[in-house]
Design a protein around this ligand. Structure first.
Ligand code: HEC
Ligand code: HEC
Length: 385
């Protein structure tokens, strides 16, 4: 869907239903919204068949507008406005450079935004470095095929610690700045809803992606012939095809290629799978079991540094140096002698939060075993040595 002045059709409302439910829950706290909730009228006929239809109320136009912010590849949904490269540099340095680097080259943790594209790529619309297996990184500007995606993503998700806080002008401006860093537009450029389509024609990787690609081909056709079992389905999984042993590590160790934030890790593909297929399928049905294997192996008797490494704390913390978060030494320093520090910090690591050291948030760590969490916090408070 997209921002527009057309009336909302019943079909698109039906598609919106889950969103609207979420929206009405979210807005239930506001007094005005609660009042509107009280005047909803249940439709008499369907009442018995659909008891849940009493829940919530019709979303208001403003609520829909607040959700409906996507910008399509044909630029529908793009709000009128503009922003200059110069203004974008200010926004970037104030709100983006701390994580993505002054020139979009990124810091130790975050992926680089700019780099790896050439004038020749701008001419052909294909990024030559993507064809090189020895090229060290894939930057955002190397992969990006639609300028609308860049605008939309920044508008909805960035800065990471304050999404949706940018004005329309700031989004245009900072997008223009990124484009300028990649030599797509000159430094006196003003990007706007009217010239986005021209800029699209200069994107280095505009011709580098396919619109449609089936996941898997069977006899030259996309594999869409499967029949879903709806009742009396077999409980025991029958594994018909499996990655052969020699291919397991074909793309390097998956455990080292996953993003390091969050509970899930790729399998360690340098080792053979730990269990037989049937047991493995059973284990995979519960996320908890997966977490157990990947993160929870061992107990508090393991060295804390190893726990910290496995739990990805070291993506953001080092013992001696400030990275994204404070160094463990600084933390020990600050809380030395503080009553109840170990409980407060254990809570904070478990639930995440921000404000104690700055605006950058720490994500929650629900996957950590309680004893590992305790042992980590004790170790940090003791100076992490
Ligand atoms: C607190 C750190 C932080 C700040 C500040 C921040 N970002 Fe990000 N940015 C991230 C993270 C983390 C990701 C990856 C998010 C993900 O993959 O879910 C990201 C991803 C991106 C991407 C997409 C990269 C890709 O190829 O997928 C763009 C573009 C981007 N940020 C632009 C910005 C802009 C513009 C600003 C300033 C207005 C900004 N960021 C501020 C942390 C940050
Ligand atoms: C994505 C980055 C990130 C990861 C991963 C991360 N942290 Fe943090 N951590 C931060 C940031 C940022 C802060 C500062 C938060 C603040 O200002 O309140 C922080 C703060 C802390 C603090 C001090 C809290 C306070 O209130 O003073 C402790 C202790 C800590 N982290 C431990 C850990 C441990 C243990 C792990 C691994 C389980 C971990 N962190 C994983 C970013 C991270």
């Amino acid at each position: 869907m997209s921002r527009s002045t057309e009336p909302v059709s019943p079909v698109s409302l039906a598609r919106l239903a889950p969103l609207l439910l979420a929206a009405s829950l979210a807005f239930a706290a506001a007094p005005a919204a609660a009042q509107q909730g009280a005047v909803k009228a249940p439709a008499p006929r369907a009442a018995a068949a659909a008891p849940w239809q009493d829940i919530g109320r019709t979303a208001t136009a403003d609520e829909i507008a607040a959700w409906d912010i996507d910008v399509r590849a044909d630029f529908k949904g793009l709000p009128p406005g503009s922003g200059s490269v110069l203004k974008g540099q200010e926004v970037w340095e104030a709100k983006c450079a701390s994580c993505h680097g002054v020139f979009g080259e990124s810091t130790e943790v975050f992926t680089p935004i700019v780099g790896g594209t050439t004038k020749e790529d701008i001419r052909t619309g294909r990024v030559a470095n993507l064809m090189r297996s020895d090229y060290p990184q894939r930057t955002t500007m190397m992969k990006l095929s639609q300028i609308s995606t860049l605008w939309d993503y920044i508008n909805r998700a960035m800065p990471w610690n304050a999404p949706k806080s940018l004005t329309v002008e700031e989004v245009y401006a900072v997008t223009a700045y990124i484009l300028n860093l990649a030599d797509v537009v000159p430094e006196d450029y003003v990007l706007s809803d009217r010239n986005m389509a021209e800029v699209q024609q200069r994107l280095p990787n505009r011709n580098g992606k396919l619109m449609y690609q089936e996941m898997w081909k069977v006899a030259g056709k996309p594999d869409v012939q499967g029949v879903a079992c709806m009742k009396d389905c077999p409980v025991e999984a029958d594994v018909r095809s499996r990655l052969p042993e020699f291919a397991r590590n074909a793309h390097g160790n998956l455990a080292e290629q996953n993003r390091v934030v969050g509970p899930f890790r790729g399998a360690d593909t340098t080792r053979p799978p730990s269990t037989q297929p049937a047991a493995l399928a059973a284990a995979a049905t519960t996320a908890a079991a997966v977490t157990q294997v990947q993160v929870g192996r061992g107990t508090a008797s393991r060295p804390p540094l190893e726990i910290a490494k496995d739990a990805a704390c070291l993506a953001c913390h080092s013992v001696e140096r400030k990275l994204v978060g404070p160094s463990f030494r600084e933390i020990a320093e600050r809380y030395r002698g503080a009553a109840d520090a170990s409980n407060t910090l254990a809570q904070k690591v478990r639930k995440g939060g921000q404000g104690a050291w700055g605006a950058v948030p720490m994500p929650a760590n629900p996957q950590l075993k309680e004893e590992d969490l305790r042992s980590l916090v004790k170790w940090i408070l003791g100076g992490a040595s």
